[in-house]
Design a protein around this ligand. Structure first.
Ligand code: CA
Length: 221
C-alpha cells in the first residue's frame, strides 16, 4: 500500500515516515502544499496523511483541489490542537478522518488500517482466502492455522493481491505499492517476492499472467 505523507514539521514527519515504512507501507514524504499537489497529480496513492498548516498552499486547499479532480483516495488530516475547528472544515472538504497533534504513532497506524479496510469494502479486519488468513492489524499470515513467516514487503504484496482477488494486478502497480520514490528497486524484485510467497503459501495461490501481471483467483469459500 502506497502512502503520501504531507508534513512540514521535519521532526514529526521523520518519525511518521519511519513508522509507516516499518509497518510495511511504501511511503513518500513532501513538505509543502505545492509539492503535495504535484505528487498527487503524478502518482496513484492508496492513502494520504495530510497536515493542514502547510507552507505555500494550505492542506485544506490541497484537499479541495484533490476532491475537485474527482479523486476518492482516503485522506487523514492532521491538525494542531488550537485549530480544532479546522478538522470540521477538513471533514466538510472531503477528509475521511483526522488526528489532533500530538498523536500516538500506534493510533495513526490503526486509523490508516481502518481507512484501508473501509476503502476495500471490508468491515471485518481479517482477509481470508481459503486456508490463508491475513491480519492487517497484527501483520500476520496464517495458513491452515499455522503462522507463516513473512517479510513486510511480502505482506504488502500479498495484501494487494488479495484485496484485488479476481483481478489482474500489473507488475508496475505492485512495484508502486511496495516501493517509495527513493528506494532502490531491483528489476526482478517483484518476481523474487512472488517466488517466496509461492514457496510459503503454495505454488497455486498466485498465477502469473505473462506480460501483464499477477492474479489471485477469487476463493471458492
Ligand atoms: Ca504544519
Amino acid at each position: 500500500m502506497r502512502v503520501l505523507l504531507v508534513e512540514d514539521d521535519r521532526l514529526l514527519g521523520d518519525g511518521v515516515l519511519n513508522g509507516l515504512r516499518q509497518a510495511g507501507y511504501a511511503a513518500d514524504w513532501v513538505y509543502d502544499g505545492e509539492q503535495a499537489d504535484a505528487a498527487l497529480k503524478t502518482e496513484e496513492y492508496d492513502l494520504v496523511v495530510l497536515d493542514l498548516g502547510l507552507p505555500k498552499k494550505s492542506g485544506i486547499d490541497v484537499l479541495r483541489d484533490l476532491r475537485g479532480r474527482g479523486k476518492s483516495v482516503p485522506v487523514l488530516i492532521l491538525t494542531a490542537r488550537d485549530t480544532t475547528e479546522d478538522k470540521v472544515i477538513g471533514l466538510d472538504s472531503g477528509a475521511d478522518d483526522y488526528l489532533i497533534k500530538p498523536f500516538d504513532l500506534d493510533e495513526l497506524l490503526a486509523r490508516i488500517r481502518a481507512l484501508a479496510r473501509r476503502k476495500s469494502g471490508r468491515s471485518v479486519p481479517l482477509i481470508t482466502h481459503g486456508e490463508i488468513v491475513l491480519d492487517p492489524a497484527a501483520h500476520t499470515v496464517t495458513k491452515a492455522g499455522a503462522v507463516v513467516d513473512i517479510s513486510p514487503k511480502e505482506f504488502t504484496l500479498l495484501q494487494t493481491l488479495l484485496d484485488n482477488s479476481g483481478r489482474v494486478v500489473s507488475r508496475s502497480r505492485l512495484e508502486e505499492s511496495l516501493y517509495a520514490w527513493n528506494e532502490e528497486v531491483e528489476s526482478n524484485a517483484i518476481e523474487v517476492h512472488i517466488h517466496h510467497l509461492r514457496k510459503k503459501l503454495g505454488a497455486e495461490l498466485i498465477r502469473t499472467i505473462r506480460g501483464v501481471g499477477y492474479i489471485v483467483d477469487k476463493s471458492a469459500g
